[in-house]
Design a protein around this ligand. Sequence first.
Ligand code: CUA
Length: 217
Amino acid sequence: MHHTGIEGPKGVWWKPAHRTEKVWVAVAFGWCMVLFAMMPFWHLRGGQNPTGIRHRVEPEAFRQRTEEFIEAYRVGEEENLPVVEPPPGSHVYLMGRMWAWTPILRLQTNATYTLHLSSVDVNHGFNLYPFNVNFQVVPGYDYGLEITPTEAGDYRIVCNEFCGVGHHLMVGKVVVVDGGASAEAEGGSDVNRAVEAASVVPSTPSPSPPTPSGGDR
Ligand code: CUA
């Protein structure tokens, strides 16, 4: 029989469900529960979600703090961006703004820094190329990660959160130079594992990453 939108088909939903449909609903529901349980489990076990210190911060205050940081440790300039070389152990500020990461950081291997990430306008995404390390950079929050670069290199920070017409131009830079002294890099943290996992992906060229060794301090 032919049906139109005005004259709908005869409904059957009040009839008892067929056995296969019940089985299907049960399987789907069970699988939903498995996935639901995986979220907290994998947060704790999987090492994909590094824990850092997180504070609320006014975007303007973060911008000022970044400026102070730049003034204190500035060593040069590159492509209109200040190049900053903070001493080992210091607090490092990286500001996301449409459409740049400020400043360019020079860090040393085997030194530990606390990297503060925030945005002063919209959401940005911190992606450390070529590694699979991703953070949301959200205005109003200061995300502090303890990092220990383990290998010298020239790394890029790619914004992976669409943030306007200049999004594709928002590429920052981190240079890691040999620090000489070999303070033992703490292994086993969440980000270490994420970074190690990323660097064994076959298609990834593998210089080793600056390794954030996050903790929940
Ligand atoms: Cu910042 Cu996309």
